[in-house]
Design a protein around this ligand. Structure first.
Ligand code: 3H9
Length: 697
């Protein structure tokens, strides 16, 4: 079929009396301005062309359409006519039937475009959904009004409120598409259009949605959901669909979309969306870097972390050898993994057969030589440099040439570990977060000698197992844990100055953190940080303020939930934290010894101290090149440390406060609290240069 170009991103052709409107805007055929212009022009042609009886809209490349061009939001291009709603109205008004032939994805505005068509067909594995809520939005081109008319309110609500995607097969079951096709979308679309001509569809516009009680859905929106605002607006829009005529419903929906797209929550969620995609890219990798596929993995250590890592590989269908030193530890590890899979199966998320299949991919061994064939070996043993070095020496001796040797260290120097092997270019850090089979963040720690191939292969493997990889360089604690040090420092100083653990935790959870710092410490185990503090004690500047509260808590054998006590007290078998007078006494004594006068603290001060401590350290990390970009730091904090996604991560949050305001506040804290608060030189430079974003550095 010969096509003509109607705009930069839309092509038009005809085939057997059917017009083909081809979206051609790689990578996802997003509905940017030129696409809307092109589709509108194509529809005019369809109307005028007497040789054409019907039309097909299809996407070139990997999919039909990934929705509105999110990069254009909040720019003039987003509101330049024709708007998507107008294009869809034009399709609906077409006297000649229009078929959407969907392969790959039809998401957000892409599905809305299809909903305007008279007919829809999809490949069995296509993914369809109104995913706007994941970006803190509601559909803005009729999705919330047309979908309930087509598939019923309850199903539409499930899809819109949670941004769920369904396959082409499921969409056919719901009546969202007329039929499932195989093969070329243009050929299938053309054939369907020819048939459609004979059997005109009623059109979604003419259908009426049914009554529905929305109260339970509204109540179910959790205050801490990352997109609570958008979810509530989605319920409102669906309700409007049941109460208002279509045109009024469309106006209502668009107003809610406009309100959300201009708000800080959606901007933050969109920032996180692009930041995650950016984080996987490594700025200085040569374009021709070879990538090694991971066909076989191995994990050394079947503890909680090692087991979780092995499960992450098995979940992606990658066979993994799991090594332990003794049978008992191996059995314990396997029992834990099976227990975790059984819980998932009990929730209906895995079948019994899938559990067996995944467990079957994990080959257990007591012989390290069984790791010899692995393409990627991940060490997850005790966090001790000598122990790790010993494991790497032994791996170096048994692993095949070219195998990637990774350490799951959370703070130790990958360079020092690499130096004990004969192949430092193949050594890397892969810092998983617990539970490793669930948490998305993976810090990919690049040592001085790590080769581009090792790095690129690990980011590829990380994506295959569903992780959000962020490349970082070596320093104490890398990005995430290094930033926790000043965050926890302030959280503890605040105790001495007059706050209780519960006030600090509540202030920060109200800010949006998934958990407060003391709750996290109790969950993670206080002994781990205690060991780190003891290790680093010789290098700690003696003149700087140091809070002894956590050390004193540990000295009493209180290591958090696992010992029934930490910053809080726990009843046997319960994870509910109870305030403990013993801790209050420790805090009061430490304050007296340090000469700190206790006073009433506001929640605002608590939040400012803890969050700006993160920001200042983040700026320092950026300046040192430990993180490639400010947005990478945001990905680390949002996907690994419970920072609220709707605030975009600590660095984005500082940008929303204003870098100048952020610096001013840090300077004020410096004035009162001294050297710990020395403003990061990078922040000072940026503000002096009038910059409003970190990325300009
Ligand atoms: C909307 O539609 C609003 C409407 O209701 C109303 C308007 C009035 N725009 O994820 P990938 C980029 S809101 C711009 O790595 P995959 C992405 O940044 C939208 N760019 O690939 C990346 O760029 P780069 C509702 C987009 O195959 C590249 O494409 N839509 C968009 O793993 C590849 O992306 C959604 O919520 C976009 N819409 O996954 C869907 N989408 O190469 C959001 C992607 O420079 N998108 N890019 O890093 C997705 O879920 C996935 O990207 C998708 C492809 C499944 C489409």
């Amino acid at each position: 079929m010969k096509t003509v170009v109607l705009s930069e991103t839309v092509r038009y052709g005809t085939q057997d009396g059917v017009a083909v409107i081809l979206l051609d805007n790689p990578p996802v055929n997003a509905l940017g301005h030129s696409v809307r212009v092109g589709v509108a022009a194509a529809l005019d042609r369809v109307a005028e062309d007497t040789g054409v009886h019907a039309a097909v809209i299809a996407g070139s490349g990997r999919g039909f359409c990934g929705g509105a061009d999110v990069r254009q939001f909040n720019t003039p291009a987003a509101t330049a006519g024709p708007m998507l709603g107008e294009v869809i109205a034009k399709i609906e008004a077409s006297a000649k039937p229009v078929v959407a032939a969907i392969h790959g994805v039809a998401l957000g505005g892409g599905l809305e475009l299809a909903l305007g068509c008279h007919h829809r067909i999809a490949t069995a594995d296509a993914r369809l959904g109104l995913t706007e809520v994941t970006l803190g939005l509601v559909p803005g081109a009729g999705g919330t009004q047309r979908l309930p008319r087509l598939v019923g309110v309850a199903e539409a609500l499930d899809l819109v409120q949670h941004g769920r995607r369904v396959t082409g097969v499921r969409a056919a079951g719901l009546g969202l598409v007329d039929a499932v096709f195989e093969g070329d979308p243009i050929a299938a679309g053309t054939a369907h259009a020819a048939a459609a001509e004979a059997v005109p569809a009623p059109g979604v516009r003419s259908m009426a949605p049914t009554e529905f009680d929305f109260s339970a859905r509204r109540d179910a929106v959790g205050a801490k959901d990352r997109n609570a605002l958008a979810q509530r607006a989605a319920v409102d829009c669906l309700e409007a669909a049941t109460r208002l005529p279509l045109e009024e419903g469309l106006t209502y929906e668009r107003a809610r979309f406009d309100e959300l797209v201009a708000g800080p929550e959606s901007k933050a969620l969109r920032h996180v969306f692009f930041a995650e995609r950016q984080a996987a890219k490594i700025a200085d990798l040569p374009a021709d870097t070879a990538v090694r596929e991971v066909v076989q993995a191995a994990v050394i250590g079947a503890g909680t972390m090692g087991g979780g890592i092995a499960m992450a590989f098995a979940n992606a269908g990658i066979p993994v050898v799991l090594f332990e030193r003794d049978q008992q530890a191996l059995d314990r590890g396997l029992a834990r993994m099976r227990h975790n899979y059984d819980i998932t199966a009990a929730k209906g998320r895995l079948t019994a057969a899938q559990v067996e299949e995944r467990m079957g991919l994990i080959r257990r061994t007591l012989d390290l030589a069984d790791a010899a064939d692995a393409d990627l070996v991940i060490e997850a043993v005790f966090e001790d440099m000598d122990v790790k070095k010993d494991v790497f020496r032994r791996l170096d001796a048994v692993c095949k040439p070219g195998a990637i040797l990774a350490s799951n260290t959370s703070r130790l120097s990958v360079d020092e570990i690499a130096a004990v092997t004969s192949r430092p270019q193949d050594v890397i850090g892969l810092h998983f977060f617990s539970p490793a089979n669930i948490m998305r963040l993976l810090e990919v720690v690049r040592g001085d000698a790590t080769s581009p191939t090792t790095l690129a292969s690990c980011t590829r493997a990380a994506q295959r197992i569903g992780k959000a990889p962020v490349v970082v360089r070596v320093c104490e604690g890398f990005v995430g844990n290094r930033m926790l040090t000043p965050y926890w420092r302030e959280a503890n100083f605040l105790l001495e100055e007059g706050a209780s653990p519960q006030q600090v935790d509540q202030a920060l959870t109200r800010f949006g953190m998934a958990m407060g710092p003391h709750n996290v410490a109790d969950l993670a185990g206080l002994d781990i940080n205690w060991a780190t503090r003891k290790r680093l004690a010789p290098t700690r500047p003696a003149h700087l303020r140091y809070c002894r509260v956590p050390d004193r808590i540990c000295e009493q054998g209180r290591f958090g939930q696992k010992t029934g006590a930490g910053y809080y007290r726990y009843e046997e078998g319960s994870r509910i934290p109870h305030p403990d007078p013993v801790v209050d006494e420790i805090i009061a004594r430490c304050a007296r010894e340090a000469g700190v006068e206790r006073r009433a603290l506001t929640d605002d001060e608590i939040v400012e101290r803890c969050i700006l401590a993160l920001v200042n350290e983040g700026a320092q990390i950026l300046a040192e090149g430990i993180a490639q970009r400010a947005s990478d730091i945001d990905v680390v904090y949002v996907s690994g440390y419970g920072f609220p996604a709707w605030r975009g991560g600590p660095m984005h949050y500082a940008e929303t406060l204003g870098l100048d305001v952020t610096l001013e506040r840090i300077r004020a804290l410096h004035e009162v609290h001294g050297e710990h608060w020395t403003p990061a030189p990078l922040l000072q430079r940026l503000v002096a240069a009038g910059a409003t974003r970190f990325e300009t550095c």
